[in-house]
Design a protein around this ligand. Structure first.
Ligand code: PA5
Length: 466
C-alpha cells in the first residue's frame, strides 16, 4: 500500500572518526558495547513478545502502531462529530501536549489557524494548559465564542495542576454561556480507571466521549495513542497512515544487527560519543518549519527518559545527554556560531525533507545567483553547507532524511526516536520510563498552595557533603 521509497534514511557517516577525526566513533568503541546492546535488545524483544511484561514495564508504546481498527474508527468518528465546532482548545502538558502539537504542525499547513482556506472546514486548534499564565488563557476566553468551541482535556493522571487549572476555568466559561449542556463540548482522554478526570466524567453521568490512555503507556510515549490521535483526527490528519508508518519502523527496528537497525545504530553512536568523547549535548535541528515542534517533542522524550540520577541498580550516576531544540536555517543565525566554534560537546541531528509539499521559484528578475532557483534547492544547499561546515571542524553530526513529510514518514520518524531512546536508556542502564525528578517542584508548589499533606519548602533533595 505504501511505496518502499517512502522510508526514512539515517546517514551516520559524520559521527565516525574516519570522517570527523578525534571526536568520531571507531570500530573498537562499538565492540565494547556489544553486550550492553545485546541485553538492551533482549529487553525490547521480550516486551514485544510478552503483552503482560510490556504493560508492566511501561513499554506498551511498542504496540501502539497495531491498535485495533475499532479504536481508531471510534477516534475518527468522535473527532468528526467535533468538527462542527469552529474552535477546539486542547488542554494538556508534557506528553499530553507536545505530541499533539507536533502532529498538528507537522501534518497540517503552517498558519493553519490563521487562514480558513488552509483548514478545509476543520476547526482551529489552540493549545492551553501547558502553563499557568493567565494572559494566554484570558486571550482565548475573550476571543473565542464558547458556543462554537469544543474542548479536549488530556491528562493521564487526571490531576496535573497546569491542565487542571485551565480545565476548571474553561469548564466554568462554557457552562456560563452554554448552560447545562456544556458537557456536550467536552472530550476527555485519561486513565481508563482512576484519577480526578476519570472521576469527573463518571460523576457527570453523561455520555461524554472519553478515550483511555492505554495501560503501560507513559506520557512522552503516548503520541500514537488516543492522546495524540484525537486532535490529529480533528484536523483531518490521516491517523491510519501515521500508524502504518510507525508499524513499518517497528519492523525495521526488530533486528539486533546494526546494519539493519537504524535506531539502534543512532542510539549506540550517540552513547559512545557521550560516554567516551564527552559529547553531552544533543541538538535536534530539522530543516523544515513544520518540524520545529518535532524538536520540542524529542526534547521531552530524551530529557525525561534518560536524564536520571540513579541507574537501575540504585547507584547515583547523574546521567543523560542534554537535548536542545533547534531549527534550520533560522538557528544558523543564532546558535550555529556556538555549534561550530564553542565547546566540543554537541552532536547535531539534522532532519531533511527531500521533497517539500510545494516549491517556489525565485524570480528571474532577481538577476543574481539565486535567480530561477527553487526555494527547496536553496534550503538544501543551506543544510548541506551546514553539515559540511561542521564536518570541516570535526563536529559530530548526522542526518535523517524523509522523502516527503507525510503521516506515513512522520509515523516512522516518531517510532525511530522512540526505539532509539529506549535503546539509549538500556545502554545507560537507567529506567527510561519514570520521571521522579519532576516531583520536587510539585511537592513544593502544593505546599505553597495549601494542598493537604504538603508543606512549603519541604527539603526533597540530597546535598552531598563538601
Ligand atoms: O512523560 C510523562 O509522563 C509526563 O511528561 C506527562 O506527560 C506530563 O507530566 C503530563 O501528565 P498527565 O498526562 O498525567 O497530566
Amino acid at each position: 500500500m505504501f511505496a518502499v521509497m517512502q522510508n526514512l534514511k539515517f546517514d551516520p557517516s559524520n559521527l565516525l572518526a574516519k570522517n570527523i577525526g578525534r571526536y568520531g566513533v571507531v570500530e573498537t568503541d562499538l565492540a565494547q558495547y556489544a553486550t550492553l546492546l545485546e541485553n538492551g535488545h533482549k529487553v525490547l524483544l521480550e516486551a514485544r513478545e510478552n503483552g503482560e511484561k510490556r504493560i508492566a514495564s511501561m513499554m506498551e508504546w511498542l504496540n501502539l502502531p497495531y491498535q485495533r481498527e475499532e479504536v481508531i474508527d471510534e477516534i475518527q468518528n468522535v473527532a468528526k462529530s467535533f468538527r462542527k465546532f469552529k474552535n477546539i482548545v486542547s488542554i494538556g502538558i508534557g506528553g499530553s501536549y507536545l505530541g499533539n502539537r507536533m502532529l498538528q504542525d507537522g501534518l497540517r499547513s503552517p498558519y493553519y489557524n490563521e487562514f480558513e482556506s488552509l483548514r478545509n472546514g476543520c476547526p482551529r486548534i489552540f493549545f492551553n494548559g501547558k502553563s499557568l499564565d493567565p494572559v494566554s488563557l484570558n486571550a482565548l476566553l475573550n476571543n473565542l465564542d464558547p458556543k462554537e468551541t469544543g474542548i479536549v482535556v488530556i491528562s493521564k493522571s487526571g490531576g496535573t495542576t497546569e491542565p487542571k487549572v485551565s480545565f476548571e476555568i474553561l469548564k466554568w466559561w462554557l457552562e456560563r454561556r452554554c448552560g447545562r449542556d456544556y458537557w456536550k463540548h467536552i472530550i476527555a482522554v485519561t486513565d481508563e480507571r482512576q484519577g480526578i478526570l476519570r472521576e469527573w466524567v463518571k460523576g457527570m453521568g453523561k455520555p461524554i466521549p472519553t478515550f483511555p490512555v492505554p495501560d503501560g503507556v507513559g506520557g512522552r510515549f503516548s503520541v500514537l495513542s488516543p492522546v495524540g490521535l484525537i486532535t490529529a483526527a480533528m484536523a483531518n490528519i490521516n491517523i491510519k497512515e501515521l500508524l502504518a508508518g510507525a508499524a513499518a519502523m517497528e519492523k525495521m527496528t526488530q533486528n539486533l544487527n546494526l546494519k539493519d537497525n537504524p535506531a539502534y545504530l543512532y542510539a549506540l553512536l550517540h552513547t559512545v560519543l557521550y560516554q567516551k568523547r564527552g559529547i553531552n549535548i544533543a541538538v535536534m535541528m530539522p530543516f523544515a518549519d513544520q518540524l520545529e515542534t518535532f524538536a520540542d517533542w524529542y526534547v521531552q522524550l530524551l530529557a525525561e527518559s534518560l536524564g536520571k540520577k540513579y541507574n537501575k541498580q540504585g547507584l547515583v550516576i547523574n546521567t543523560g545527554r542534554t537535548p536542545i531544540p533547534s531549527v534550520g536555517p533560522s538557528d544558523l543565525h543564532s546558535t550555529q556560531q556556538n555549534n561550530i566554534e564553542g565547546e566540543y560537546n554537541k552532536a547535531i541531528t539534522f532532519i531533511r525533507v527531500e521533497k517539500p509539499a510545494i516549491d517556489l521559484t525565485i524570480p528571474h528578475e532577481s538577476n543574481d545567483y539565486l535567480a530561477d532557483k527553487q526555494m527547496s534547492v536553496v534550503g538544501d544547499a543551506s543544510q548541506r553547507g551546514t553539515e559540511f561546515a561542521l564536518l570541516s571542524e570535526g563536529r559530530p553530526n548526522c542526518t535523517i532524511s524523509l522523502p516527503e513529510l507525510t503521516p506515513y514518514t512522520l509515523g516512522q520518524l516518531i517510532f525511530f526516536f522512540e526505539i532509539a531512546t529506549a535503546m539509549e536508556g538500556e545502554l545507560l542502564g537507567v529506567n527510561t520510563y519514570d520521571q521522579p525528578g519532576v516531583e520536587g517542584y510539585k511537592k513544593n508548589m502544593f505546599g505553597r498552595l495549601g494542598k493537604a499533606g504538603f508543606v512549603a519548602n519541604t527539603f526533597c533533595g540530597s546535598i552531598a557533603p563538601v
